[in-house]
Design a protein around this ligand. Sequence first.
Ligand code: 6LW
Length: 518
Amino acid sequence: MRYSNPVIPGFYPDPSICRNGDDYYLVTSSFEFFPGLPLFHSKNLTEWEQIGHVLTRKSQIMLEHCQASGGIWAPTIRLYKGRFYVSATNYSYGGNFIVWTDDIYGEWSDPVWIDQGGIDPSLFFDDDGKVYFSSTYDLPDSQAIGQCEIDIATGRRLTDTRIVWEGSGGKYPEGPHMYKRGGRYYMLAAEGGTEYGHMVTICRGTSPWGPFENCPYNPILTHRDTKLHHFQAVGHGDITETGEGESWIVFHGIRTSQYMLHHLGRETMLAPLDWREDGWPVVNGGNIILPEMETDRKLPGDGQHMKCGSICSDVRKDVSDIMDFSKSFSGNRLPPAWSYLRNPDPALYDFCDRPGCVKLTGCSYSLNDCESPAFIGRRQQHFRVEVQVRADAVPEVPGHAAGLTVFHTNEHHYDLMITERNGERAVLLRKVVGDMQTEVGCRYFPGKERLYLSIDADKLEYRFFAGTCEGNLERIGTGRTQLLSTECMPMTFTGCFFGLFAESGITAWFDRFQYHPL
Ligand code: 6LW
C-alpha cells in the first residue's frame, strides 16, 4: 500500500497514539492555543479526522498571560480498562497532570496533578495493575528519564522518582514511552533536541525500573544525516500495534521551506515498525521517511477509508472549505480545526449574530500581547494555499483594526488589516517580526462596503490582496515566510495559523472563509 506523509500536516507535534479495537486515537501538543490537545480519530492510521480537543475548559487549561510556546506540552494517550487517560505538562501553570474520560467523544476530567517535575509525562499500565509515570528528570548538567509508581485513581506518588535511563548519549532524552513485549520492558525516547539533530532511541530491561540495555541499533529513527530537501528533525515517537499484530510508529518531523527554515511547525508522520529476531525494533526497514511511503503491508481496518471532515489530513486531497461559521459552530464551540489564543473571553465572539458570520469585537489586547485578543485561527497545513475571507468592518478611530493574519507568535505575524488612516477607511499590511514593526501598502476603501481580504502563499512568500470586488483584488504587499520561521524565534515549538482578528473596540463580521490548497 501507499500513503503520504505527513499524515497530519501543519503544527501537530509530539504525537501520541492508542488503539481501542479497530479505532485509533491520537493527541498532539497545543502550547498557548485553546482549546488544548487536539484529538484525532482514524481507522487506517493514514487518514485522521480531528474529533475535538482534550482540554476544553479553563479549569483544565490555564493559559493566562503565558508566553509563546508556554502552555500545554507533549501529551501521552493511553487506554486502560475502558478508560482513556492523557498525561501532559502545563509548562506555564502547575506542571504535570493527568485527565481521563470514559467517552472519547465527551468531556474529560479536571486535571489530577502529579508531584513529579520535568516535561513529557507518560503512563505505563503493567499487567499486574501497577501504573508507572515517567517524564524528563533534570540533572545539574544534563537530563535523564525519571519514573515513579502512582495511584492512578488519586495521582498520588507511591514511590520516589528514580532515574531509570540517561538515554543513549544524545542531549535531552525526553518524550519517554514504555511498552511491554515478550516479557521485556522497552523504553522509547526522543534525543538530540527537537531541532535538526532529533532522533528516536530505545532501550529494554526485564523490570520496569531497569536496568535498561541500550539498543545496539540506536538511533532507530533520525534524519540528522539526510539531505536537507528531505524531512528533517524527525523524532518524538509513540508505537501502536494493530489488531493483526503489526506495529507502527507515529512521530513528528518538519518540511523546510528553504535551507534550514520551517514555518509550518512540526507535523505528525507515520512509519511501519518491525521487530527483529533479536527483539529490537526497526523503523521503515531502516530507510528514511519520505512524502510517498510504500509498504507491502495492508492498511489496518481492511483499508477502510474515512470520509474526511473539514480537516482532511491527506496532503494531496483538496481540503478547500468555505466556512459557514454559524453552521460549523455549535454549543459555543469552534469547529475542531479552529483555535483561540490563550483562554478566550467569550464576550468577544458571537457566532449567531448574523447567519453565516462570526462577529469579533476587539478589546484592548492586540496580536502583539501575551494575552487573549479577539482571534480565531486555523493552522496552515500546506505551503501553497489561498486563503480568503469577507469582512464587514468600519473603523472609527485610528487604533481600530480587524482583518486576516498569518500568525505564528505574538512577536511574529503579518496582518492584512482594515483600519483608519487620515479619517478614511484603509487596508494595509502590518508586519511584526521580533521587536520590529512596519506597515506597508496603504490603500483607501472609503464607505462601508464589505471587503475581501486574501492571502496567496507559497514556500517563500505570502502575498496579500484586498478589495470590494471578489474577482479583482488589489495587491497590498508581501511578506517572507523566512521571518515567520521557527528558526527566527527563541525557544518556540509551534507553526503558522491563518486567523481572523479584531483590536481596540472595533466590531467586525467575517464570513465566507476559504482555505484552498493549490
Ligand atoms: C517536547 C519535547 C520535544 O516537550 O519538544 O520534540 C518539546 N520534543 O519532547 C516541545 O514540544
